[in-house]
Design a protein around this ligand. Structure first.
Ligand SMILES: [Zn+2]
Length: 278
């Protein structure tokens, strides 16, 4: 356990902010553990404090709010963005559509055009009733913040729970998510970025609206060029939402509090989930 009796001089310095221990007010010479700047600037938790916090937040979330945890990737999961200079000839008209506001779910971040995946607003509103949600992206900090503000302008769904390349420059890991792994579901279009948490992972069909995609120009026409899009009611996010509700239902279906202590979403997933493309 993390020491809560600094007066005895045995403080574990579990919770440190700007290098000052929040419990004993001393300045530890060295601190093990991880930084959690994405939640509070300068916050650093020891391994023990991380473990304790994950456990407590999960208990409160499960028992008090009946909510599990959902970690959502951004690019090609909730949105597709592309540099304006990489738009195809037929897609250039979308710049004007964005400026005039004549097209829904289209936005701009610096030199990029951003297309929200159909159903994303409805998905977030509904998923928020069943899950505490995080965004976890390999994108840069400023980019991640700007895109999240497009889909969650009032911080209703994600709060400050946005993890970007700044906190996580290499692989994606649930070590940075303050919840027990048994209560976390991940949704990502890529499996390879999650080396250690495949059992928590649901793979979603890659959303690719523009022709330019990960440095490649697809041979066939893009959704944008064909003036089409994924179906709202039968697209990947709508199917995903149904599946997430089933898992949530399975987790809480026992109704007996004692059983919730041993419930694990990983035993409910049973293999990768790939929603059908519309
Ligand atoms: Zn201390």
């Amino acid at each position: 356990m993390v020491s809560s009796s600094p007066s005895r001089g045995n403080c574990g310095h579990g919770f440190v902010r700007h290098r000052i221990c929040l419990a004993c007010k001393k300045k530890p010479r060295s601190v093990e553990g991880r930084a959690f700047d994405y939640l509070f600037s300068g916050l650093h938790l020891s391994h023990e404090a991380i473990s304790l916090t994950k456990h407590l937040t999960t208990l409160i979330s499960i028992y008090r709010h009946k909510k599990l945890y959902l970690v959502l990737d951004l690019d090609h999961t909730l949105i597709h963005s592309v540099k304006v200079s990489n738009l195809s000839k037929a897609e250039k008209c979308l710049v004007k559509a964005d400026e005039s506001g004549s097209m829904n779910n289209l936005g701009r971040y610096k030199d990029r055009l951003v297309k929200l995946r159909p159903f994303v607003n409805e998905f977030l509103e509904e998923a928020n009733k069943f899950f505490n949600m995080y965004v976890y992206t390999k994108g840069k900090y400023e980019y991640a913040q700007a895109i999240v503000r497009m889909i969650d302008p009032n911080k209703v769904y994600f709060g400050d729970r946005v993890i970007s390349r700044q906190e996580s420059p290499h692989w994606k890991t649930l070590d940075l998510v303050l919840a027990d792994e048994r209560g976390i579901l991940i949704v990502d279009d890529r499996l390879d970025v999650w080396p250690d948490h495949k059992r928590n992972l649901l793979q979603i069909t890659r959303y690719s609206f523009f022709k330019y995609d990960r440095g490649n120009k697809k041979a066939k026409s893009s959704l944008a060029e064909e003036k089409k899009d994924e179906s709202i009611k039968r697209g990947a996010l709508a199917n995903l939402l149904k599946f997430l509700k089933e898992i949530h239902n399975g987790f809480f279906s026992c109704g007996v509090e004692e059983d919730l202590d041993s419930k694990d979403v990983r035993s409910l997933i049973k293999g990768h989930f790939i929603p059908k493309r519309c």
